[in-house]
Design a protein around this ligand. Sequence first.
Ligand code: AMP
Length: 419
Amino acid sequence: MSDPLQAPRGTFDILPEQAPLRLTVEKVTRAVLEGAGYERIETPTFEATELFTRSVGEATDIVQKEMYTFTDGGERSLTLRPEVTAPIVRSYLQHGMHKLPQPVKLWYLSSCFRYERAQKGRYRQFWQIGAEAIGSDDPAVDAESIALLAEILEQLGVQGLQLRVGSLGGSAARERYRELLKTHLRANEDQLAEDVKARIDLNPLRAFDSADESTRAVMATAPLLLDHLDKEDLDHFAQLRLLLDAIDLPYVIDPTLVRGLDYYARTVFEFSSDALGAQSGVGGGGRYDGLAEQIDGPPTPGFGWAAGIERILLAAEGLPEPEPLTVLFVAIGDDDPATRAAGFALSTDARRAGIPTQIELAGRSIKGQYKHADRLGARFVATVSGAGVELKDFESGDSTAFDDRDAALAAVLRGKGVA
Ligand code: AMP
């Protein structure tokens, strides 16, 4: 039974008291990324289902059981985006962005939808900030992108961060390695968890993600992809590490780092935080040089990451408290329609003059209006009555009477330094 008075399971309202913190995340992200030449992009909330089945991968959890897919009135299969990289690569290809200077650097703040087991830090609609650099396979792209996410997380005060990096190599090496791994898994099949066993052929690498103890013991002796990479991929990975070392960004190499999306090749990375519980991943990403071809585009290298805003906020400390915005509160001294109209006109004049202003809207007593203005954090209260305007400055405690609105507003502007 669905309850119309409850938001759906795994979703949440962003209430006004949370909005300022989220705005801080957006502002810091924007400043860091746009400072490095990234530009904002926003793609539609839904896309053709095939975009995700082809890119994220048929064998992934996301495609197999987490997508919100529906058929529209025109019998098209559409899916609420479970991630934003594939839509952005689609947009890059659709709009011929290969003609722009490469790499094209884009950032976003978008909601994503996954039918997951809802718990703290894991929701069915959640928000991601993310960055994509498309059109270059230079390892400097990888290093710079990782460094920018590190900078954002640091500026936001995310606690207990750890960075893990790995390389998945190119598709040929990965194919060879998959066969090796399958052989190892088959040889130990009786000790594997059922879901791992069922996916030996489909997605053997995900076995490294299993929480099952006996599976983990099997994986401890499994061959590692990092030991089976081609020389070019090893060189690429070595150059990335050199660049991360050059900026003293601490990381550990994790040869078993597997991400839940199939399009990654070469570099993968993840930031986790020990300030979070079971859902410790704050953000991660990697290189996806084959993705464009998977969706019928020309070969186009790319690198990107996404970080969850809810996880960032759970792991962040010391984010600034929001400042009250309202400067002026217009109180209404009596019920006379002319007085009410004069107050209304004063509030509109004040806004036109650039003063953040609220006006009494609920018929409170004068005392109640003063209390309300204080609660809002207003610096001034202008009380309009038949004879004129009385301006109270909460900071100095002074009250001054003015004959007309303009003189009162001029005093507010002088007092607040609003120009
Ligand atoms: P992914 O696209 O799976 O690599 O996820 C990137 C980041 O998005 C993760 O590190 C989390 O911070 C966040 N994230 C992923 N799934 C969820 C979810 N169901 N609820 C909240 N945040 C999520």
